[in-house]
Ligand binder design. Sequence first.
Ligand SMILES: [Zn+2]
Length: 100
Amino acid sequence: MEPRSLICPHCGARLTPGPDPRARCEHCGTVSEILGEGALRTARVLEQIGLRLPEKPMTLDDIDAELREREAAANARRNTALVIVLAVLGTLALLVLLLR
Ligand SMILES: [Zn+2]
């Protein structure tokens, strides 16, 4: 597997991976999580459903909030589609009445 890009998300300096799953930036002191194999798989699955893992690890609450937001957006789109369908049907009904 290709080595993961170990770059400090804060300052862009190269990070030196140690035995720890976290790496401390020698430049600015930011501690970054280095994703393990399992976390990378999870990230790929999340990406497939349209969620991207940000630089900072997401908590389950964050993911939950994000999913709720998406659901609300999807509902809003469905409602808009319904209004359009009703408007088209209404127009057609009117045309039928007028052209009879
Ligand atoms: Zn840094």
